[in-house]
Design a binder for this molecule. Structure first.
Ligand SMILES: [Ca+2]
Ligand SMILES: [Ca+2]
Length: 126
C-alpha cells in the first residue's frame, strides 16, 4: 500500500538503493522507485499528483485518491479536475486503449472540462 500523501516516509528513504550493489529500479508494485526528490521508506513509492492538465495512464476504473503521473484513471483525472477550476484538460497516454468499464458508477463532471480521447476505434467507455 502506498503511503498517504502526508506521510513522513515520503522522500525520507536512502537513495543508496538506486545504485550498486542494489540497483533497484522499481518498487514492489512496479512503479519507478524514485518519484520526487528521494525514495520513500518502505516497499511502495508514493505517486506524484498531476496538478494542471491530466494524462490518463490506465484503462482501469479505480480511485486511489491520486491522479498520479504513474497511475491515473479517467475517474481520478475527472475528480482532480473537479477540484481545480483551472485544470480543464484530460488526455490519454498512447498505451491506454480498449474499453474503460466504469465499475464504480457514473463519472461526475462539475465544471467545463475538455477530454481529448484518441477516438472510439482506440478507446471507449461503458
Ligand atoms: Ca519519493
Ligand atoms: Ca491513482
Amino acid at each position: 500500500m502506498a503511503p498517504s500523501p502526508l506521510s513522513a516516509v515520503i522522500d525520507a528513504g536512502d537513495d543508496v538503493a538506486l545504485v550498486p550493489p542494489l540497483n533497484l529500479v522499481f518498487d514492489q508494485r512496479g512503479y519507478p522507485l524514485r518519484l520526487g526528490p528521494h525514495i520513500e521508506i518502505g516497499a511502495d513509492e508514493a505517486d506524484l499528483a498531476q496538478t494542471s492538465s491530466f494524462v490518463v495512464t490506465t484503462a482501469d476504473d479505480h480511485d486511489d485518491g491520486v491522479a498520479g503521473i504513474v497511475d491515473c484513471t479517467l475517474r481520478e483525472a475527472i475528480n482532480a479536475a473537479n477540484g481545480n477550476v483551472d485544470a480543464n484538460t484530460i488526455t490519454f497516454a498512447s498505451n491506454v486503449t480498449g474499453v474503460i468499464t466504469l465499475h464504480l458508477g457514473e463519472l461526475v463532471i462539475s465544471h467545463d472540462l475538455n477530454i481529448q480521447g484518441p477516438g472510439p476505434m482506440v478507446l471507449s467507455s461503458r
